[in-house]
Write a protein that binds this ligand. Sequence first.
Ligand SMILES: [Zn+2]
Length: 240
Amino acid sequence: MYSRGFISGSDGNVSIRLAADRILSTPSGINKGFLAPSDMIVTDMGGKKLIGAHKPTTELRMHLETYRKRPDVKAVIHAHPPFTIAFSLAGQKLPQCVMPEIIMIFGSIPTTAYATPCTEEGPEAISALIEECDALIIERHGTLTVGDTVYGAYDKLEKVEHSAQVSATARQLGPVKPLSKEQIQKLLDLREQLGLKGKIYPCNQCGMCAPREGGTKADPLVNSLSAELFATLREKLRNG
Ligand SMILES: [Zn+2]
């Protein structure tokens, strides 16, 4: 994370669920680029330190909230990747339904409401969303990604930031068009064939990258109406 520029200073934190009430995490206030194995700490699910010389990070609350909400999750990573944060500073969501592999891995990548870092607002802001997705953007702050291994959570962080970088570059070159309904359906079918795991978060643009696994399905009528609406809008834009 440090060498890829996804964090700076003592930003970011990584944790792993070792057992039901044991969380291994990076400590507060230490630059992750210079971290030694002996710097790591172990806490319980209440955030109380059990092993280690350093203090737990105040952002551990977001990790603990994630473990509470997602029994399937074994690792959580919070980082401050610059392109992704830039989108939220500009008040923009990452473009939806534009990159095939992002659709197959995430559906879309949601952004939380703003929360003051290092406070109770952090876990509150992510609490509901993290039940529905494996990667989210924390408004003006960074990302939270999860996995069944720490490498899985890291891969998602890298993917989110890469897509933000590509999207920012593409927008400088010209308008970014979403894929068509049919193209998206093919990707979702392929995802099923390949047996890709993880949550798919529906976008609010194409009206079709759902259903959410194990969650509430988007209303089919709303889906088809919004798909129709966006098709009409796209047609209008195309014809000037
Ligand atoms: Zn942070």
